[in-house]
Ligand binder design. Sequence first.
Ligand code: GAL
Length: 985
Amino acid sequence: MTTHPTHESLLPPTGVRAPRFAAPTTDAPHVPLDGDWRFRLFPTADTGVDPGDPGEDWGTVPVPGHWQLAGAPDAWPHGRPAYTNVLYPIPVDPPRVPRDNPTGEYRRTVTVPDAWRDGGRVVLRFEGVDSWFEVAVNGRVLAQSHGSRLPTEVDVTDAVHAGENLLAVRVTQWSAQTYVEDQDQWWLSGIFRDVTLLHRPDDGIEHVTLHAAYDHTTGEGVLRVDVEPARPDALVEVPALGLRARPGEETRAPVEPWSAESPRLYDVVVRTPGETVTLRAGFRTVAVVDGVLTLNGAPLVLRGVNRHEFAPTDGRAVTRETMLADVLAMKRHHVNAVRTSHYPPHPHFLDLCDEHGLYVVDENDLETHGFELLGWRDNPTDDPRWEPLLVDRVTRMVRRDAHHPAVVMWSLGNEAGVGCNVAAMAAAVRTLDPTRPVHYEGDRTCEHADVYSRMYPTSQEVALIARGLEDPLPDAALDTRRRAMPFVLCEYAHAMGNGPGGLTGYLDLVDDHPRLAGGFVWEWFDHGIATRTPDGEPYYGYGGDFGEELHDGTFIADGLLLPDRTPSPGLLELAAAYAPVRVRAGAQPGTLELRNRYAFTSTAHARLVWTLVADGDVVAEGEVDRVLAPDERVEVRLADVLGDRLDDLLAATDPTTAVWWVLRAVPRDAGADVPAHLGLGAGQVLVRPPAAPPRATGSVVTVGGVRRVGPVELDATGRPVRIGGTAVRLARVDAWRAPTDNDRIRSWYDPVGDAEAWERAGLSRLHERVDDVADVAGAVVVTSRVAGAATDCGLRVRTTWRTVDERTADLVVELTPEGRWPGTVARLGWLLALEQPDAGDVRVDWTGLGPDESYADSRLAALAGRWQHTVDALQTRYTHPQENGARRGVTRAVLHLAGGPLTLTAGEVRVADRAVPGLELTARPWSDRALADARHPHELVPDGALWLHLDAVQHGLGSAACGPGVEPDAAARPTTATLQVRLQV
Ligand code: GAL
């Protein structure tokens, strides 16, 4: 019988110490081993290098770090990153891996202080090494370990001497572990988390189990601390509470409970004769009560995101600064929960979640998704030979992290199918920690889980689950059990590219149904890797940019934070959607409904500031003097706050402008100018839609075949060729957009994707046929048809030009679809390309809903006002270029063109029989075709024109790239549309 090399073994780590908690604050000495380590990469696991070889003449790589990313981003000397989502980049042949197996030999000198030889043990701790590694000290091989995102401790006492010692670590890229670490991320290897040399004193504390519950009926904290090894002389103290106890002893005291809203922590000091450690306890109790997930007796609603560890230059070797930046950005954007998809994070991240207040679903380092493509044949999750290894993984996670109050649930892994090892892992977790619910989305029947969890269902299905009306399971007992469980969306709203749309469809249900415990948007960060073109142009790479044999392209660019950490419009929308004070148009006209979404906190820290906004200007303002108790809802009426002033105020405004009532919850300690999405909540209601301006009565002057309509010149075919001092490159009706990732990918629930349907309908290649140009009662009326090559569906168009005065013209575009159309259309509107050498610099002053981009199903963050951008600043540079930058509800825009300003004012805008307050404006320095063809933002080059879209309607965003497409209420349909615009120079 042949034996496999150890990196292909199914054994749990060997030569390692028992798993214990993550480095707490201790007075035991320890030395960080971060820095440059000597390194050499070999093509196979059998490197032939003696562990006693110090590698004197090798190069170096930073530790922590991935060897593929060591060096300058355009010249990585040790391989390259590779991205696959589901696919294994090696033959599926568990537990064997190919001979070609990049293997890193690491070396460094470790200095053991003299004093450490007088007693105690010397221990090496690795927080994370990807994927399999062997540790040798002074030429002696001591241990083999794995579990890339889990800690390993190796007792090296007997192999070291005081002074300098040679540490050798051999790390293979592929191993048996690869089969259980198939998460959707870059394949990156090496010692990517901290390494520390510890002195473990005699009589020290190996492990602490901290139970810090909160009894919401008495207001008491309940504390019990167990110490390993068990010692009667250990002492536990909570100085702030004056508590002293022995290990195993339960004590109670009145406390301030811990929650994400108010993350109160208490130092817990544990002493033995040899060591003092300090942990930070938060008193809180997680429980499922009557099918509702609760924290400290109140329903626990998770307004979460999925977070992979990622930084564009460092991969998963994230710094403490990045971790803090993530936590603070989450808090700022009203995220209250994180699922650590799909592995335990760096332990410091959990310290930060404790301290700043984020609920955590801590997920085991397990994913075997690539087996799904094989019908789950030989899936490790269902193979008893893998049980010890998988149980070892959850054990190490729970032992490492259980002292964190932030952790509210354990997750057994992600997309690893089902099988006998799920039961074994769940049992192991419950034995170690019976206080937290167990989560595993793969366990659809919830035989082993405590919560019912799903990814990417439609909101219609969630609505059924919310009311306990989901489809029954075949097994009646399991069905009854699952129906009594809280429901979690472990992933929803896929933030790939421009999106997600449709958050409110889910969040309104969560607000109204206690069974729904909320969910986690996919995902926090866009994993673009910082790299350069051969010409030195920097950009963020995705799958396929690094010569991968197999890859999943742009699917890795699906985060709420763009790779340079710019919050995407999706994150601003999420902040508005998750805001603790929900402000919505009320059921009656002129009313707003306010809801305090905090579970434990009143709105006393918020001012409820309202403004009446007419034509983008504040014409009245005030404050609603109310404090909402946790979970309270109230309705406020404009008539109550303004009394009889309302009619006078409305009468004093231009009737062709929109009037909005906007209410914002602003932290008392912040200025009123805090951006809306960073306040505590905001919303608005339209008080008066804009009226169409009176019909223009001026006349048309025709000279030499050119008709002059105010400042607009039309050629003999009715095409505008000049507007004031600016030449027109193109003007016609449009129905297409550069597809978003959500347009490009077919949704889970539709037979064909939107972009494909539009392509088939010819919308990306429209041509115009002119039927007639006529002078009718002082107006020029152009009748035409716009349609795509190779199809017979098209739009009948009637364009009417009227002169208002010498500098002003009115345009009315009326569209009627004819022929067989797909169910949706990208947009219905007018495309105008103006010759403009520096189009990106053109300033746009506009009135509408802003300041940032918004779409029909992503518009909570856009509030009425007056805004200013350059055309460049209107662009969102998604990692994969696509439709972006639309501004909605635009009633006026002044474009400061080189040839003089051009003011566009919306008149009547109508979609089918629905009047729309304002148009949708998009302005770019390149065409939609160029945008659609670009693979990376740096490929987009201004083409000398300013490309403007003035739309009556544009399709929403949805989440089709993973999940449902655009909901019916946000879909643009092929229907009649009318767009009236006044152009003034
Ligand atoms: C889910 C998976 C995630 C990610 C997402 C798509 O199925 O759990 O890891 O792949 O799809 O981006």
